[in-house]
Ligand binder design. Structure first.
Ligand code: IMP
Ligand code: MG
Length: 207
């Protein structure tokens, strides 16, 4: 037995460590997911199609991909690797939720560094929900005088829209469920799930 494995086994003999392992390990935390809404295969297939559409619309242009942190990271990583276009990448940091499922006040946590003047911008977000985030981000971006801005979101939840805003590219239109995974979080957790899943309401009703 390797020294590493021995160390793990001896740790698990300790009751406190065992409790943590039971709570967090062996996929226990995944039980907080009521069901899978979009599988990893469906995500991969749809993202390929989105990329083909974007390539067509931006053919012959160099793109600046502006992605909103943190929810886009997984989607973005898959999308840009499918894009056969020259591109530069930058991020805007926004945070609209505390440990809740209802949008709170929007806070900018990181400003754009790349110069987008006269450039073709693809603005990427994880989910278009009420529209309050993008309606705040768009004027900031427009003020930097890009040639054009197209909006790309992985998910669209039209039932909750309060602002008049549309995505140019949307991966999936979904009903009004609170979803996590594939970059989307609840209280900063579940981003690492490889699929989009519906969070069990008992998880956020406890708070
Ligand atoms: P909006 O400003 O209401 O359009 O919401 C945009 C942001 O809220 C997204 O970028 C997400 O971070 C978050 N959000 C909205 N709906 C969900 C959801 O179902 N799960 C996780 N995050 C969500
Ligand atoms: Mg979020």
């Amino acid at each position: 037995m390797s020294a590493k494995l021995k160390a793990v086994k001896s740790k698990l003999k300790n009751p406190a460590s065992r409790r943590v392992a039971q709570k967090c390990g062996a996929g226990e935390w995944r039980k907080e997911i009521e069901r899978i809404l979009i599988t990893d295969k469906q995500l991969a297939q749809r993202i390929k199609l989105l990329a083909r559409q974007i390539e067509k619309d931006f053919a012959g242009r160099e793109l600046v991909v502006v992605s909103l942190l943190n929810g886009t990271v997984v989607f973005l990583a898959d999308l840009i690797r499918q894009l056969n276009l020259p591109l530069r990448l930058d991020f805007i940091g926004v945070s609209s939720y505390g440990a809740d499922t209802k949008p709170g006040e929007l806070v900018f946590t990181k400003e754009l560094r790349l110069d987008v003047r006269g450039r073709d911008v693809l603005l990427v977000d994880d989910i278009l929900d009420t529209g309050k985030t993008l309606i705040r981000v768009l004027p900031k971006l427009k003020a930097l005088k890009p040639r054009r801005i197209k909006i790309c979101v992985l998910l669209d939840k039209p039932a909750r829209r309060v602002e008049k805003i549309k995505a140019d590219y949307a991966g999936f239109s979904i009903p009004d469920f609170f979803v996590v995974g594939y970059g989307l979080d609840y209280a900063e957790r579940y981003r690492n799930l490889p699929f989009v899943g519906v969070l069990h309401p008992h998880v956020y009703k406890k708070v």
